[in-house]
Design a protein around this ligand. Sequence first.
Ligand code: HEC
Ligand code: HEC
Length: 189
Amino acid sequence: MRSKLFEGILCASLTLLALPALAQLNAGPTRPQVPLPEGPIRNVLFKNCVSCHGIDDYAFYALARERWESILGELHSGMKMKKMSDQDETLLLDYLAENFGVEATPFPRRYVPPEIDTYYDDLKGHEVLDTICSECHALDRVYETHGSLARWRVLLLEMRARGAELPDDSDMERMAEWLSRVQSANLFE
Ligand code: HEC
Ligand code: HEC
């Protein structure tokens, strides 16, 4: 009788412990996700850049145009690269300098989320949405998105890399935690 009860408790606590680990696993590591751009640049990337690796890693950099030009040579030295037309190269460097230029914040190679012991309430969360998030896009973008804490963390790091004013890691973590509650992933659907 006693051991049955103990088993029951053990089982329940294991289930509780397992949940965050599972969510973490599904979300994968904290990596940038760069959307494929529209327009002529998309074709330039298809023709010259995506046969060996994707475009997400570009977000690890924040460089001036000239630096982009030289680093692409350095990164690919000794590799068989297709010779790009001048027009394609101009489009590529424009795209890189515009999206991953000196104004951008490079996505961190290894991001360690800070521990927090205070949390945002709805008032504070909405204040951040209204003051910081509404600067570049409608808040519909936020309300259409649901995700785990790990997913929101990646999203906010991306927003920061794009220029959102989220300079403090702990504040960003509080915002991610709040979003993961009000815009949670529907794990059980
Ligand atoms: C022939 C295969 C190949 C092609 C085509 C290629 N790359 Fe690469 N690229 C690589 C390899 C391999 C590395 C890793 C080099 C290293 O780590 O030293 C790399 C690294 C990079 C990095 C650095 C990634 C990081 O994590 O630091 C960037 C940025 C990059 N490439 C951009 C481009 C762009 C832009 C193009 C199109 C002009 C392109 N690559 C085309 C093979 C390729
Ligand atoms: C400096 C400009 C900027 C600010 C400020 C900004 N964002 Fe964004 N956000 C973007 C851009 C650009 C995209 C569109 C990326 C795409 O899909 O091409 C985007 C897209 C999104 C998406 C949709 C992502 C997806 O995968 O569909 C969400 C969610 C989002 N932002 C949340 C936020 C939140 C929350 C904040 C405030 C903390 C914020 N953004 C502040 C630039 C910004």
